[in-house]
Design a protein around this ligand. Structure first.
Ligand SMILES: Cc1cc2nc3c(=O)[nH]c(=O)nc-3n(C[C@H](O)[C@H](O)[C@H](O)COP(=O)(O)OP(=O)(O)OC[C@H]3O[C@@H](n4cnc5c(N)ncnc54)[C@H](O)[C@@H]3O)c2cc1C
Length: 328
């Protein structure tokens, strides 16, 4: 028997169910409430694990389950594995060092309490699964939950976004972040931030991506004016394609990027907004020979030469910065 702990019946629960189905065993989904926090969740899950003689307890990884999983496994006399990205029998593959490395571990005792990384497993329908309500949340003698709230940022949740338009200190000011949010909305994506705009008060803390922020898994991640500190890269380890825009050709973010553009990110943000709103004039100066060399700056009404742009790895020699109208 496998238990899947669920605080809602959303994507992460369906992914945990998908992981559970890979074992081909009976699965029971445990319906937990927001009051199942800390000790309350641990005692409810421990009671049901024993009652169902479950050998696996699968939980979507988040701040809540990261805290309770090791304590639950200790309570049950079992073991725990965290940040699981794949499983094959008793062999669990887990993300380590913020996703920079993978480790394989074999579990030697049961029950196993596993926390699963987002988007690592295919979703399965709750449909035919047995769902049981968790016992009422018990009083926690150590911690009292005073309030819980889900901050509403509007738009697509960062964790679910296929396109993330993220900005850092290079955005310059609050106006830069406001423009970034507009671009994200026009692209049907979500706006993210490095620590710098959050510290500066331009972006809410819920937008922060990284070691102490959210871990995201978009298909495309735009990094505007972000240097690429290791703590930030940890949060985007799951991003498929990174497009980085930075004035510093040696910025570490370019090592993680598939597409790199060396230029003022605010000009590019404004140009993309203009282009997406108006669909004209052309984003790039098509009269210039070779690859894209100019970006239309709606503020000045001129084309700004892109110092360097590449796909895959740097292919184009650096160009002198200046305006296309200057004949550069
Ligand atoms: C314990 C700990 C936890 C942390 N957790 C996180 C975390 O979760 N997330 C996180 O992001 N950081 C985190 N940090 C901070 C992290 O180390 C960096 O300080 C932070 O990511 C830097 O943000 P940034 O890249 O926006 O700013 P900077 O490092 O200042 O980089 C700004 C970049 O913008 C470029 N730039 C400047 N002007 C322009 C322009 N006009 N156009 C284009 N580019 C421009 C610059 O060349 C530079 O590369 C953490 C640090 C610690 C110690």
């Amino acid at each position: 028997m496998i238990l899947v702990g669920a605080w809602d019946m959303g994507t992460t629960t369906r992914e945990a169910l998908g992981a559970a189905r890979e074992f081909g065993e009976e699965v029971t989904v445990v319906n937990l409430s927001a009051d199942h926090f800390g000790e309350a969740a641990i005692s409810a899950l421990a009671e049901l694990t024993r009652a169902h003689r479950a050998r696996l307890v699968l939980l979507a990884r988040d701040h809540r389950t990261a805290e309770i999983a090791p304590r639950l496994s200790e309570r049950l006399g079992g073991t725990s594995v965290s940040q699981v990205v794949a499983v094959n029998g008793e062999i669990w593959t887990c993300a380590a060092f913020g996703g920079k490395a993978l480790i394989s571990v074999k579990t030697l005792c049961e029950p196993v309490v596993a926390t699963l990384m987002r988007r690592a497993f295919s979703e399965a329908d709750i449909g035919s699964a047995q769902v049981v309500d968790a016992p009422a949340a018990a009083q926690d003698d150590a911690i009292e939950l005073l309030a819980h709230a889900q901050p509403s940022l509007g738009g697509v949740a960062l964790e679910d976004a296929k396109v993330i338009v993220s900005g850092g200190a290079g955005l310059g000011d609050q106006g830069g972040f406001d423009e970034l949010e507009e671009l994200a909305a026009l692209l049907g994506g979500s706006a993210g931030a490095s620590l710098a705009p959050v510290d500066a008060g331009w972006a809410p803390a819920e937008r922060k991506i990284g070691l102490t922020g959210k871990r995201v898994h978009p298909d495309v991640y735009f990094a505007f004016g972000i240097s690429g500190a290791s703590q930030h890269l940890t949060g985007i380890a799951g991003a498929k394609t990174v497009v980085a825009v930075n004035t510093d050709p040696d910025a570490p973010i370019f090592k993680r990027a598939r597409v790199g553009v060396v230029m003022d990110c605010r000009v590019l943000v404004r140009a993309l907004i203009y282009h997406l709103r108006n669909a004209s004039p052309p984003l790039a100066n098509a009269n210039e020979p070779g690859p894209t060399t100019g970006i239309f700056d709606p503020t000045s009404g001129e084309f700004v030469v892109v110092e360097r742009i590449w796909k895959g790895r740097p292919e184009v020699e650096p160009r002198k910065t200046g305006r296309a109208s200057d004949g550069v």
